[in-house]
Design a protein around this ligand. Structure first.
Ligand SMILES: Nc1ncnc2c1ncn2[C@@H]1O[C@H](COP(=O)(O)OP(=O)(O)OP(=O)(O)O)[C@@H](O)[C@H]1O
Length: 290
């Protein structure tokens, strides 16, 4: 488990994180969501240790990372796998060389052992041997993400950080990558922390969601709870995403026939407008009623 307590981050006068307190649940997909500039990346960088917070605590299994000795920090870093935005593969290295890199850095294993491990993780992300000798420029964006994911898990991490893993991918490839991340989280029992704008990811794989708004944690809960939330800022964020237009998510409501009574009226209004029907039987379609 990772606990974030009273985390603040400023750049000069500019306050970017305002006392964020949140929980990243063990063995779960924890999603940090929010609009552009809300502080998701800075929060993730503070958690992973790439940025020093101005104040506050980041507690890995009971110990504050911020005040750990450099030896203790090094031990935690070995347990962290990171999937960077844009994949961040080494352009001049092949797929296989990219994935073997962390093993070369952190282990003294024999080459044959490392090769076997590389094959294992590349198999897991469903890349076959045809891809091994290719360079990143010779494979698709989706394949590059798979390679980056294989590299992130090659050391069998306890914590997996994914910064906007769907950026630059088409919706279908995004779903495939999301599913891989979710499956790997379960199989490896990792505490996964993922930054995203994507409400589809939230509904598909978000076990635990932290919603950021202008540097503050505005809401925290599960993807079952999110559409029942009466948090206005969160609802505005959901409407601004394309989520409500997404046929796949709408299917759930279409299949059950009705929107559950508990769904917040803002969400109900948006759905009514979408279907152009009066779902709550008040004689008015959408949010135009008084
Ligand atoms: N090194 C820095 N120096 C000054 N300001 C910064 C720095 N890094 C981030 N910021 C500011 O912090 C705020 C939050 O940025 P952050 O990148 O965390 O947002 P985000 O929610 O991840 O946005 P996006 O979804 O667009 O990536 C922004 O106003 C940004 O300009």
């Amino acid at each position: 488990m990772i606990e974030i307590k009273g985390l603040k981050k400023s750049f000069g006068e500019k306050v970017v994180l305002k006392e964020v307190t949140a929980l990243m649940e063990p063995g779960k997909c924890n999603l940090i969501i929010g609009s552009s500039g809300s502080g998701k990346t800075v929060l993730m960088k503070c958690i992973v240790g790439l940025m020093q917070p101005t104040e506050g605590e980041v507690i890995y299994n009971g110990t504050n990372y911020i005040t750990m000795s450099s030896e203790e920090k090094k031990a935690i870093r070995k347990e962290i796998g990171m999937l960077f935005q844009g994949s961040a593969l080494f352009d001049s290295q092949t797929v296989e060389q990219n994935v073997i890199f962390p093993l070369d850095m952190f282990t003294n294993d024999k080459y044959s052992v490392k090769k076997a491990r590389v094959k294992e993780v590349l198999d897991r992300v469903k890349l076959n041997e045809d891809a091994y000798k290719k360079f990143p420029s010779e494979i698709s964006g989706g394949m590059q993400k798979r390679v980056a994911l294989a590299r992130a898990i090659v050391l069998n991490p306890k914590y997996l950080f994914c910064d906007e893993p769907n950026s630059g991918l088409d919706p279908q490839t995004s779903i495939v990558i999301d599913k891989l991340i979710s499956e790997i989280t379960q199989e490896y029992n990792t505490t996964t922390i993922m930054n995203t704008h994507d409400m589809n990811s939230v509904m598909e794989i978000g076990d635990h969601i932290v919603y950021m708004h202008q540097g503050e944690k505005e809401w925290e809960g599960t993807n079952k709870e999110i559409i029942y939330s009466d948090n206005k800022k969160l609802n505005e964020f959901i409407f601004a995403s394309n989520f409500l237009q997404d046929a796949k998510n709408m299917r759930t409501i279409q299949e059950t026939g009705e929107i559950p009574k508990e769904v917040h009226e803002d969400v109900r209004d948006a759905l009514e407008e979408k279907f152009n029907t009066d779902m709550d039987g008040d004689g008015v379609v959408g949010a135009t009623k008084e």
